[in-house]
Design a protein around this ligand. Structure first.
Ligand SMILES: C[S@@+](CC[C@H](N)C(=O)[O-])C[C@H]1O[C@@H](n2cnc3c(N)ncnc32)[C@H](O)[C@@H]1O
Length: 209
């Protein structure tokens, strides 16, 4: 992935997408203070949007140092140094103690996880009593999705080299999200409370303790 290009779109024309999901997460979970982990955060777009409408303190986790460099820069741009930090780690083995998070969020990363069951167990382990997780992906409302896909195309994310990843193609992360049997995956790893519906604005797995 071209990190600079992705970052440019995410902070620019695709920014409304993150604002949309941040509001959805806030309205649905009601978690507005305490600690929040953004897992597979990229440049931190979703967490930063949520930071703008809550008092949460953030850890931004990603395996890509290049993405975390972007996240660090955006934390400073948004004036959030006093309540945000980055963490270079893999979501399958998160170097944080049990029950340390009130909320875990993640957008657009799960299709890339090698063992989603293991990663979701890690996320569940981190949840404090009454903690909630909101993990999945999507491109907003159907209208936002069309705009997002047009933006991605314009920005060169669907050229010949990316044919399989093209929106609708077999490796399109959204297709992977829809296809996977997350209900079975979550049952298999013994997470007791979850839902994993496919909605008009994406697929979002909710976990709660
Ligand atoms: C498509 S980007 C999504 C970034 C951001 N969350 C967003 O919504 O725009 C996927 C991100 O997941 C990260 N990622 C992939 N596998 C990961 C893993 N095993 N652990 C942590 N991060 C991972 C990638 O480095 C990348 O930043």
């Amino acid at each position: 992935m071209d990190v600079t290009k992705y970052d440019h779109s995410a902070r620019g024309k695709n920014a409304p997408l993150y604002e949309y999901y941040a509001k959805k997460i806030k309205d649905e979970t009601g978690v507005v203070s305490g600690r929040c982990l953004d897992a597979g955060c990229g440049g931190g777009y979703l967490g930063l949007a949520l930071a703008g409408i809550t008092d949460l303190e953030f850890t931004f986790l990603d395996v890509s140092p290049e993405m975390l460099e972007k996240a660090d820069a955006h934390i400073v741009e948004d004036g959030l140094e006093n309540r945000a930090q980055t963490l270079h780690a893999d979501v399958h083995k998160i170097p944080l103690p049990d029950e340390c998070m009130d909320l875990v969020i993640s957008r657009g990363s799960i299709p890339f996880w090698k063992d989603p069951g293991k990663a979701l167990s890690e996320i569940y382990r981190l949840l404090a009593p009454n903690g909630k997780a909101f993990v999945g992906g999507g491109r907003g409302t159907p209208e936002m999705r069309r705009q997002f896909e047009r933006n991605m195309k314009k920005d060169g994310f669907s050229g010949p080299a990316g044919k399989r990843r093209r929106p609708g193609g077999p490796d399109d992360p959204w297709q992977i999200l829809k296809r996977r049997d997350f209900n079975q995956i979550l049952k298999d790893v013994g997470i007791p409370r979850f839902s994993a519906p496919i909605e008009s604005d994406g697929r979002w797995i909710r976990l709660w303790k």
